[in-house]
Design a protein around this ligand. Structure first.
Ligand SMILES: Nc1nc2c(ncn2[C@@H]2O[C@H](COP(=O)(O)OP(=O)(O)OP(=O)(O)O)[C@@H](O)[C@H]2O)c(=O)[nH]1
Ligand SMILES: [Mg+2]
Length: 325
């Protein structure tokens, strides 16, 4: 079930997924990719090569510490390979970058079926205001509905005006059930009732929304911990995945937010939303390294089909484009 929910599509689908990710990375590629092409287009490897590489990566929001790791490993591998010409570096750089993104991945350890047979898989969506949680729920709902799975969406955001209607509207468009909620109700009781319902027992996958909150809002972070506790008490082993949705625009700021969320609730993976409108695609390296968490999905647009499973080699290919060498 885990592979089905978080894995990549069939071969024909994979090509589409890669194309969508590559298109979303175009703004980053125009900056970072073009700069790297210049640096690696030089004849010989000199000290300047490493320095210029560092600057280019940092400017693309890869983050200072992650950049140092990447450049250090690139230098070591280049030396071991006896590389002298800059044109020998792109192939090594690709390998190093893919490895950096795969550090957070734990697919092997995750096993196959997080939920018990006949029991729903529960996915809990958290993140700061406006990062893309509700839209990502709609996109996941579509993805799983298309796979023939039975869905239940839970409007755990009773706080923001129209948040419940927003989820209901998405549910209607996708054609899946959304449980009831009253604006202003305690989110814990909304989640409790939803998970106790017949719709929950019949669902294969339950997607639970939450209200956006800043990582500095301690009362709201406490509320999130409470809601998570309710989920865990209602369904043993749940939530099977808590996904932190990060706005790809936030760049390095996203890290401080992400750390606070991982300290409050056990986060299993990340969704990098709004990749299509950001030139900061490099942030995927920083979040993976700093949090030790895998990126599970990337958001590539505002429509319900605009979500792709994360795949490190495709991501790096989209980021670098065609480099010399
Ligand atoms: N371009 C683009 N826009 C996106 C993407 N994901 C979400 N958005 C837009 O971002 C805005 C906020 O999305 P929501 O899903 O409402 O975000 P949220 O985290 O639920 O927001 P709150 O509930 O207010 O905390 C909306 O206008 C979405 O259409 C994406 O991958 N690409
Ligand atoms: Mg929302």
């Amino acid at each position: 079930m885990f592979k089905r929910l978080f894995g990549r599509g069939e071969p024909a689908k994979k090509a589409q997924e890669e194309a969508a990710v590559a298109a979303s990375l175009a703004p980053t590629r125009r900056g970072l990719g073009a700069r790297l092409a210049e640096i690696l287009g030089a004849a010989d490897i000199t000290d300047d090569t490493w320095e210029e590489l560092e600057v280019a990566l940092i400017q693309s929001d890869v983050g200072a510490a992650t950049t140092q790791d990447i450049v250090q490993e690139l230098r070591t591998r280049a030396r071991n390979a006896g590389a002298r010409r800059a044109s020998e570096l792109p192939a090594i750089l690709r390998t190093v970058m893919v490895r950096a993104l795969e550090l957070g991945a734990d697919d092997g350890a995750q096993g196959d079926a997080p939920a018990g047979a006949g029991s729903p898989t529960v996915i809990f969506m958290v993140g700061v205001n406006g990062s893309g949680k509700t839209t990502t729920i709609a996109k996941l709902a579509k993805r799983y509905h298309d796979q023939g799975l039975k869905l239940l969406l839970v409007p755990g955001d009773t706080f923001r005006a129209a948040a419940i209607e927003q989820l209901q509207a998405w549910g209607g468009r996708v054609g899946v059930t959304v449980s009831a909620a009253t604006p202003g109700a305690d989110p814990s009781s909304v989640v409790f009732d939803a998970l106790a319902s017949r719709a929950a027992r019949e669902a294969d996958v339950i997607l639970i929304d939450s209200a956006g909150r800043l990582h500095t809002q301690h009362n709201l972070m406490a509320e999130l911990i409470k809601v998570r506790g309710i989920i865990a008490r209602q369904i043993p082993g749940a939530p099977h995945q808590t996904l932190l949705v990060l706005d790809a625009h936030t760049g390095q700021n996203g890290l401080a937010q992400a750390k606070a969320f991982t300290a409050a609730v056990k986060v299993d993976g990340l969704v990098l939303a709004k990749l299509d409108s950001s030139a900061k695609g490099g942030v995927a390296f920083a979040v993976t390294r700093t949090l030790g968490l895998p990126v599970r999905f990337v958001g590539t647009g505002e429509q319900m089909g605009d979500l792709e499973p994360f795949d490190a080699p495709s991501y790096v290919a989209g980021l670098l484009g065609s480099l010399p060498g």
